[in-house]
Design a protein around this ligand. Structure first.
Ligand code: G6P
Ligand code: ZN
Length: 543
């Protein structure tokens, strides 16, 4: 065994996006591509000697190769120890949990979240810092600048370690501990939720279906929901992570998780349905023939949070991304706590959580989480719902309907126009921006515009300012239309149109969503000229 220095030349475009560096597998398979990036991460971290690193991924194609390479490089950089998930597996929330619990310097997550996997699919790598959260932009930019100048990397020529065998191993002088990917995470969940009550619920015949979508959350759901909470075997479907996610698209929404939605609509449907995404940080909650929007889910969890042991002391605040519906704001108001409105992207919650200003956070894009870690957390959200169902004895639909009756309903839908010509999409946004100044006060039929702006956020903790975070048109009655371009798409541009209508009267709480929003949908088209700019008469995906 020896450590060698290998000469290399920079690759263009190794700039981490919102969730790390994501590229096609074939790009990562180029010699030196991964090594250059990892070397740039380690160079940015500085002296790693004596430090602990956490390492794991969502099990997608190329995960195992990358894990072994990173272990050899970590050994060449003086890390004292790497905690690596068995089989190279760790969900994104589990990495966050393990970093915090073991006071590691940071962690490397190998995932492209819900992007397709397999040899033709995507791969990704992301660095998380000591608080367990994604590296902030100054760190990712520093990594990027290193990738532009990297001329050599250091790596051991040690053999692969056996990732299937739990326990201690060694690469050069570095200790490697192959850990059970679920153990630390499950222990944290036991502290937060009433496992006894949930066990009783299952013992009483409560039936659930958790769709692991052949991605990383399957092993977590199996170990916790079937193993520790006593749900019958088979409660977790598509439970084994596959390198290509079984060819499916592991992004939980009613369109992608059609199998689960159909099951929940069938006669004799289970009481509760849930799904998570590729790397286990997203969640979808479904009742019998009743899908819960992520915005409503956040509001319901917030309203009942004190039923869960980990939140018994109450919430310090709630945070939601700007396009997420304002349902949570009404709960915050009733609880007398602040509600923060941040730009899209989980990273914006980090400061609020670290500063103790917010306890629960949520996004319309099927992300929910809390101060327990610094990533959004799919299985956590599902366990939180199970805790509420067990504590109240109510059904999902009952909990949500009663919530609407108390707070009013924020009808909500997102219309996505995918794979647009980037130039046309940018022009649509630019022309909307020009219109903004003239919109306020305009009567748009059913609605009068109260505010039209391009969302700008000043972080209340560090004062940093983020501009152009989405165009919002807010009506005098609180209804809203928001337009923004996705920051995570891989093909052309994706326009997202977020529609929200507030309805106080319970008589009108059970309309079909698209019907309830039809006037706003027309206004969105009129104001933005979507069909003219994009040539599309309809969205690609409606959720
Ligand atoms: C990722 C991020 C989320 C974000 C979502 C949608 O999952 O972690 O924070 O809400 O992408 O982003 P997009 O820019 O595509 O709307
Ligand atoms: Zn994800």
């Amino acid at each position: 065994m020896s450590i060698t220095t290998i000469s290399t030349t920079p690759f263009a475009g190794q700039r981490p996006g919102t969730s790390g560096l994501r590229k096609k597998v074939s790009v990562f398979q180029q010699p030196h591509y991964l090594e250059n990036f990892v070397q740039s991460v380690f160079d940015t971290l500085g002296d790693c000697s004596g430090k602990t690193l956490v390492l794991g991924g969502d099990g997608r194609f190329h995960n195992l190769v990358a894990v072994q390479t990173i272990l050899r490089m970590a050994a060449a950089h003086g890390f004292a120890k790497v905690l690596v998930g068995q089989g190279g597996i760790l969900s994104t929330p589990a990495v966050s949990c393990v970093i915090r619990k073991h006071a590691a310097l940071g962690g490397i997550v190998l995932s492209a979240s819900h992007n397709p996997g397999g040899p033709e699919g995507d791969f990704g790598i992301k660095y998380n810092i000591a608080n367990g959260g994604p590296a902030p932009e100054n760190v990712t930019e520093a990594i990027y600048h290193r990738t532009e100048a990297v001329s050599q990397y250091r790596i051991s020529d040690a053999a692969d370690i056996d990732l299937n065998r739990l326990g201690a191993a060694r690469v050069e002088e570095m200790d490697v501990e192959v850990i059970d990917p679920v153990a630390d995470y499950a222990e944290l969940m036991q502290q937060l939720f009433d496992f006894d009550a949930i066990r009783k619920l299952f013992a009483g015949g409560f039936r659930m279906c958790f769709d692991g979508m052949h991605a990383v959350s399957g092993p977590y759901a199996r170990a916790i929901i079937e193993g520790q909470l006593g749900a019958p075997a088979g409660t977790v479907i598509n439970a084994v992570p596959l390198e290509d996610f079984g060819g499916h698209h592991p992004d939980p929404n009613p369109v992608n998780a059609a199998e689960l939605i159909d099951l929940m609509a069938a006669e004799n449907a289970p009481d509760f349905g849930a799904a998570s995404d590729g790397d286990g940080d997203r969640n979808m909650i479904v009742g019998r023939n009743f899908a819960v929007t992520p915005s409503d889910s956040l509001a319901v969890l917030a309203a009942h949070a004190t039923l869960a042991p980990g939140y018994r002391a109450g919430l310090k605040g709630i945070a939601r991304s700007m396009p997420t519906s304002q349902a949570a704001d009404r709960v915050a108001e009733a609880l007398g706590i602040p509600c923060y409105e941040t730009p899209t992207g989980w990273k914006f919650f980090g400061n609020l959580l670290d500063a103790g200003k917010a306890t629960l956070c949520g996004e319309e894009s099927y992300g929910t989480g809390s101060s327990h870690i610094r990533e959004k957390d799919g299985v956590w959200a599902v366990l939180f719902w199970l805790n509420l169902l067990a504590a109240t004895g109510k059904s999902v639909e009952q909990l949500v309907s009663e919530h609407w009756a108390r707070f009013g309903r924020n009808y909500y839908s997102r219309h996505d126009y995918e794979a647009l010509d980037t130039k046309a999409a940018n022009e649509l946004m630019a022309s909307l921006r020009i219109k903004l100044a003239t919109l306020a006060g305009t009567d748009l039929g059913h609605y009068v515009v109260a505010l039209a702006d391009d969302f700008e956020y000043t972080d209340p903790v560090d004062g940093s300012v983020s501009t152009q975070q989405g165009i919002r048109i807010v009506m005098t009655n609180g209804s809203r239309i928001v337009f923004r371009l996705s920051g995570t798409g891989t093909e052309g541009a994706t326009l997202r149109v977020y529609l929200e209508r507030y309805e106080a009267d319970p008589k009108y709480h059970h309309l079909p969503t698209q019907q309830a929003l039809s006037a706003l949908i027309l206004i969105a088209e009129q104001v933005a000229g979507i069909a003219d700019w994009t040539g599309r008469a309809h969205p690609t995906v409606t959720t």
